[in-house]
Design a protein around this ligand. Structure first.
Ligand code: NAP
Length: 312
């Protein structure tokens, strides 16, 4: 497939980081091209109501917020290409981004391709997302006031989120597939001494059942093979994340947790390749922090393009 176009700046991804980068880059008159991928507006579009994004005191739908970001970026001249990245070649400058439709080259890139919560891949999981299955305590915890809920996972995220969820829930049962936790001692101690938290060890969720919402879990004890049905009013799954870095393996340096390594200007290990949002954020993972990183990456990209120092 031949070269379609050269651009000053291409933004990969259209979640809060990519769209916020597009607003800033478009206002700097860089006419950025946003390659959206097939999931518009990123993981936040799965959230029914975002109540902690500043400026929306009554909350805003995840999809609606994404649409507003897109409208704002387009108003300043950002262009959107609904296509999927197939390859990125960072070995030569200008850099090449290949999509199904052909190849684009760019002086600078902002990588904002996000991360995906790992899924359990059990029956009922997909069906009940947003109706009792959640991957974000900060986003959805409030909806589980006084409810008896379950959390899957034994790492820091599972325990930290379980502790957060005790602010709302009546009880939180942590289901872990082994009998020792992966989480650090401080979080383990806090969870074990929290009266609202109990543990179900050596257990996995084989199926999530319900009608309008989640009602029960089919649990298997992995040591005895015994199966049982457990009533629940909500299931939070925290079994790790996978940053979408496949295209950059061998091309960009990564952190031990798998996110892209960036410096204080959000530049990756390659000159004029910036990264923002969850692909480069092992800690915060919020819509507002991703949007902030997107803005910062666009400001850095603007500086390098203005100084004609991109890719040198
Ligand atoms: P993680 O450390 O990889 O833990 C994932 C947990 O999910 C593990 O307990 C794992 O079980 C379990 N798990 C994985 N796949 C599963 C499956 N298919 N079915 C059932 N259980 C499954 O991930 P994380 O907790 O998201 O943490 C990621 C990184 O961020 C870690 O380095 C962590 O220390 C860091 N973090 C730190 C903090 C903090 O310091 N406050 C907070 C959050 C995250 P096994 O243990 O059996 O493998």
């Amino acid at each position: 497939m031949g070269l379609i176009e050269h651009r000053q700046l291409i933004i990969l991804g259209a979640g809060p980081a990519g769209l916020s980068a597009a607003i800033y880059a478009a206002r700097a008159e860089l006419k950025p091209l946003v390659i959206t991928g097939m999931v518009l507006y990123g993981q936040s579009s799965l959230t029914h109501t975002i109540e902690n994004y500043p400026g929306f005191p009554k909350g805003v739908g995840g999809m609606e917020l994404g649409q507003l970001f897109e409208e704002q970026a387009k108003a300043f001249g950002a262009e959107f290409l609904v296509d999927e990245v197939q390859a990125v070649d960072l070995s030569r400058h200008p850099y090449t981004v290949s999509v199904y439709g052909g190849d684009y080259t760019a002086d600078a890139l902002i990588i904002a391709m996000g991360a995906n919560n790992k899924r359990l891949n059990v029956p009922g999981e997909e069906e009940f997302i947003g109706r009792g299955v959640s991957y974000c305590g900060t986003c959805d915890g409030w909806f589980y006031k006084d409810k008896d809920i379950h959390v899957v996972g034994g790492g820091d995220s599972a325990l930290e989120e379980a502790l957060f969820l005790t602010r709302f829930a009546h009880s939180v049962t942590i289901i872990h597939r082994r009998d020792t936790l992966r989480a650090g001692a401080i979080l383990e101690n806090r969870a074990r001494t929290n009266p609202k938290i109990s543990f179900l060890f050596d257990s996995v969720v084989n199926e999530i059942r319900g009608s309008e919402g989640v009602e029960e879990l089919l649990i298997e004890n992995v040591k005895t093979g015994e199966k049982s049905l457990m009533p629940t009013e909500g299931l939070f799954i925290f079994i790790g994340h996978s940053p979408n870095t496949t295209f950059f393996e061998g091309q960009l340096e990564m952190e031990p947790g798998g996110t892209l390594k960036i410096d204080e200007h959000l530049e990756t290990s390659k000159k004029s390749v910036f990264a923002a949002g969850e692909i480069a954020d092992p800690h915060f993972r919020q819509v507002v922090t991703s949007a902030g990183m997107g803005a910062a990456a666009a400001i850095s990209a603007t500086h390098c393009l203005e100084n004609m120092s991109c890719g040198l």
